[in-house]
Write a protein that binds this ligand. Structure first.
Ligand SMILES: [Zn+2]
Length: 276
């Protein structure tokens, strides 16, 4: 389904440099988004983009290229990763563990998880990993973009991973459309009945900010979203401002109970990001 999308794991954003505020931690952009002060410079756009590609590539697709060990759940030792990049790639002798942590903790899509000196990608893998230790999805409806050619096959045969280890779902129609636009101009959207799937013990996990993963979805839970007007509605879960107030100080992307509203300055540059 997601052919070709996993190869464009760039986090290309202009004005996306990485800094650290003594008071508020790591941030992306020129100044700390909380206090507006210029913090300590950690990485330029170019360095961030370059290291971001290596991180996503190694953690999702080719750890063996840099000789990095990955455990069964996708975890990699951060210091081993730093050493491997220093040896395997030129121009990274400045790299330290905190640079990797800073990228992971400020990732706008919640692609990474950090725990006790270890890091992993939480979705997008082509390498064999088990993600059954991710938190269970807390929502009941999921969406998946398809093309005209695919829709009947999927409605009949269900959703199976094609070029990745898991099926990746979106939490809103809007996000599914966004994800689908990578492959087709006007994606058709499928709805997955998560409540019914849950009753049948189908596990769907919350992997990224708006990414849910599962091993496969049987056709009986899938239906077509017919009301195209829903797609045009700008309001989604992510837009509810109260969410942020309910979870103050959440730093780690993947432990968010619900997607948080992003700062408006970030939103404008989101378009060029990877769509998953
Ligand atoms: Zn600050």
């Amino acid at each position: 389904m997601n052919t070709k999308t996993y190869t464009c794991y760039a986090i290309t954003e202009l004005g996306n440099m990485l800094g650290k505020c003594d008071e508020h931690g790591y941030y992306r952009g020129e100044t700390c988004p909380v206090c507006n002060k210029k913090g300590k410079f950690l990485m330029s756009d170019r360095e961030l983009d370059s290291l971001g590609r290596i991180m996503a590539g190694v953690l999702r697709h080719f750890p063996e290229k840099l000789g990095v060990n990955v455990d069964g759940h996708g975890w990699v030792d951060i210091s081993a990763f730093v050493d491997a990049v220093g040896i395997g790639r030129s121009g990274f002798n400045w790299l330290r563990e905190f640079h990797v942590e800073a990228i992971a903790l400020t990732d706008q899509k919640g692609r990474y998880q950090i725990d006790g000196g270890m890091i992993r990608a939480t979705y997008g893998h082509t390498i064999d990993v088990r993600l059954d230790d991710l938190p269970a999805a807390e929502i009941d409806a999921f969406y998946y973009p398809v093309t005209e050619e695919e829709i009947d096959i999927i409605l009949e045969g269900g959703l199976n991973p094609i070029d990745r280890k898991y099926v990746h779902l979106s939490g809103s129609i809007e996000k599914a459309v966004e994800a689908g636009k990578v492959r087709t101009q006007d994606p058709l959207i499928l709805r997955i009945d998560g409540a019914k799937a849950k009753e049948d013990n189908v596990m769907i996990y919350h992997a990224g900010k708006d990414v849910y993963v599962t091993e496969r979805i049987d056709a009986k839970y899938i239906s077509k979203v017919t009301d195209q007007s829903i797609v045009e509605q700008p309001v989604s879960v992510e837009e509810q401002p109260s969410v942020e107030e309910q979870s103050p100080g959440e730093e780690q992307p993947n432990v968010d109970k619900k997607p948080k509203k992003r700062k408006s300055t970030k939103k404008k540059t989101k378009k060029s990001e990877e769509k998953d």
